[in-house]
Design a protein around this ligand. Structure first.
Ligand code: F6R
Length: 608
């Protein structure tokens, strides 16, 4: 979704804005623009298309001189991706510039009201209503004016604002859309996300809902919606500066897939102590863990698929009923809670609007909410009662890989914790699971090391039109994620089916050479899924199988097999997903697509 960068300081703003926006490209966008003020003239350029077009139009920013600026990449919601709809938006006199992420829900009412007062609009966007209102309500005091406007809007916003009669001053405000303020040496910054400013500073403030910041080269002052000064805490971001770079890989997705061994170590090691699992974050929740009658997992997309894995593992190990639900459904369903339930939200970004709303809905009912989140300081970490971080580092590619792997590892550890605390697991069993957990990173490395074999296979299937993924139990959870990976980056129609469900309809779609990928890691279900493989084979399917090492007899029925190293039945997903991520990657790259920026998708889905 939209990306915002702002700067005020000693240096030229435009190159900093362009550089910051390039670090936010992963969020998905279809137009870009910026406004820069040199103390006299507020200049702006904007364009539909990629950021490169803006770089060229402005001669790397040289055509927009000045040391105060705001930049924006827009993911169209209201109005097409045109120059007129691109941000920044201005008042009629061109003295107020605004960039916005989020949705102003009552923008039509405001627009009509402002039109009656004689204001004209140049775009179809909701954002322009803010620029017009900032003009109409302007008192000469920017903070006072911003507050007046914010009182009149409903919806979500992260805002960067410049007033031409306040040189050197950058204003920011936020509600339900992410925005951080960075404190630098040669100036200060605003950004939608840390990678945009990591090169310049690691010291950040997280602006809370309905807070406003006044930022100059030397000072950052925060206000609440009642114009009272407040003092938020300054945080230091631990991320490595190079973490947001491609590090020599052609695409971030390959870099991030390759980081999975490290990510698994970083996520698991702090929670493994002497053969035992402990979450410091949950040290006060022993009672909740012991008494839990049911767990609701809420999430979207791949995080939802991680939740599916979580369900099978927690139910299997700890014998607690788990319901996994799409956050967009959960939030409007008026769910029924009974005593002692827990909600676990899962999100890489910590900003997904539906998951965030589901968290709020559960909290409003007094249910304890834990969040498995990757992005430090994101909105969800502030809404949830507990945050269990996945230490995956910044994930830039739109298609998640390493964050997903970290999420399922957190579920394994939670399952062990619940099982142990509820007497379902003895110390020896726990130790054996911890040993398996420790082995996962090198096993993932092994699978990554065989990527050329998957690449060759992907090249053969590059023009596949439909691909089916089948599996049972935990293998079905992987099928869901594998099929999403393929469709989102390769634009190939892919569907995941519980293997036993195929013959209830979908098998009619299988014809000669249809690619069916069978995931067969669950020993107890092995023969059952083999029967399903035989069924599709006899209808002409070409079968790729992912199974445990030692099952070479599968080659009698499968045409291409990837073997995964031995682990226990619960952790196999961490291994089986690797060749399937690689397959999706190579199909997309082989077709010449921009793997990291699939069409129509945004990394951080901050609107409903
Ligand atoms: C798919 C993907 C998305 C996200 C989903 C939730 O590769 O990345 O399906 O998993 O949009 O995003 P987060 O985890 O940020 O809440």
């Amino acid at each position: 979704m939209c990306g915002i960068v702002g700067y005020t300081g000693k240096n030229q703003a435009a190159p900093i804005l362009l550089d910051g926006l390039s670090k936010l490209e992963y969020r998905g966008y279809d137009s870009a623009g910026m406004a820069v003020f040199d103390g006299k003239t507020l200049r702006s350029e904007k364009t539909p298309g990629r950021l490169n077009a803006l770089v060229e139009m402005t001669h790397d920013g040289k055509l927009l001189p000045g040391t105060l600026g705001i930049g924006h990449t827009r993911w169209a919601t209201h109005g097409k991706p045109t120059r007129a709809n691109a941000h920044p938006h201005f008042n009629a006199a061109g003295t107020v510039a605004v960039v916005h992420n989020g949705i102003i829900e009552n923008y039509l009412d405001i627009r009509q009201r402002m039109e009656k007062k004689g204001f004209a609009f140049k775009s179809d966007t909701d954002t322009e209503t803010l620029a017009v209102m900032l003009d109409y309500y302007y008192t000469g005091d920017p903070v006072e004016t911003i507050i007046k406007v914010l009182h009149r809007v409903t919806g979500s916003y992260a805002l960067g604002i410049i007033f031409a009669d306040h040189p050197g001053e950058l204003y920011a405000a936020r509600k339900d859309s992410p925005l951080i303020v960075g404190k630098g040496k040669d100036g200060n910054y605003i950004a939608s996300d840390v990678p945009a400013i990591l090169k310049y500073t690691r010291d950040v403030y997280y602006i809370e809902n309905e807070e406003i910041a006044k930022i100059t080269e030397k000072d950052i002052v925060f206000f609440n919606i009642d114009a009272e000064e407040i003092k938020p805490e300054l945080h230091t971001v631990e991320w490595d500066v190079n973490a947001a770079d491609k590090g020599g890989y052609e695409f971030y997705m390959m870099k991030e897939m390759s980081e999975q061994p490290k990510v698994l170590r970083n996520t698991c090691e702090p929670r493994m102590k002497k053969g035992s699992i402990a979450f410091e974050e949950l040290s006060k929740d022993a009672d909740i863990i012991k008494k839990a009658s049911k767990i609701h997992i809420v999430a979207c997309g791949s995080a939802y698929h991680a939740g599916m894995t979580g369900k099978y593992v927690i139910e299997g190990m700890a014998r607690i009923p788990v319901e996994v639900e799409l956050a967009s459904e959960f939030r409007y369903r008026d769910p029924v809670y009974t005593d002692d339930e827990i909600v676990i939200a899962v999100s890489q970004s910590g900003e997904t609007a539906d998951t965030l709303a589901a968290v709020k809905e559960a909290k409003a009912h007094g249910v304890p909410v834990w969040a498995i989140v990757n992005a430090t300081g994101s909105s969800m970490t502030r809404e949830a009662d507990r945050t269990l971080y996945t230490f995956a580092g910044p994930e830039i590619s739109v298609a998640t890989t390493k964050a997903y792997s970290a999420q399922i590892a957190v579920f394994y550890m939670l399952a062990i914790l619940f099982a142990k605390e509820r007497g379902q697991l003895d110390a020896n069993e726990e130790k054996s699971y911890v040993e398996d957990l420790k082995r996962l990173p090198e096993q993932v490395e092994l699978l990554l090391g065989n990527k050329e074999r998957v690449q060759k296979f992907a090249n053969r299937y590059i023009s596949a039109r439909d691909v089916y993924y089948i599996g049972r139990g935990l293998d079905y959870a992987i099928a869901l994620e594998a099929s999403l990976k393929l469709k989102e980056i390769s634009y190939v129609h892919a569907e995941a089916y519980a293997a036993g469900e195929l013959k209830h309809g979908t098998i009619s779609l299988i014809e000669k050479n249809t690619l069916v990928t069978a995931i067969v890691t669950q020993e107890a279900l092995y023969d059952k899924t083999i029967s399903n493989i035989v069924e599709v084979k006899s209808r002409g399917a070409f079968v790729m199988a992912v199974t445990n090492v030692g099952h070479s007899e599968i080659e009698e029925n499968a045409d291409f097999v990837v073997y995964i190293p031995t682990t226990n039945k619960y952790f196999a997903n961490s291994l089986a997903i690797i060749p399937l991520q690689l397959f999706a990657y190579y199909v997309s790259a082989g077709k010449g697509y921009d793997v990291d920026h699939p069409r129509n998708l945004a990394k951080s889905v901050t609107v409903e």
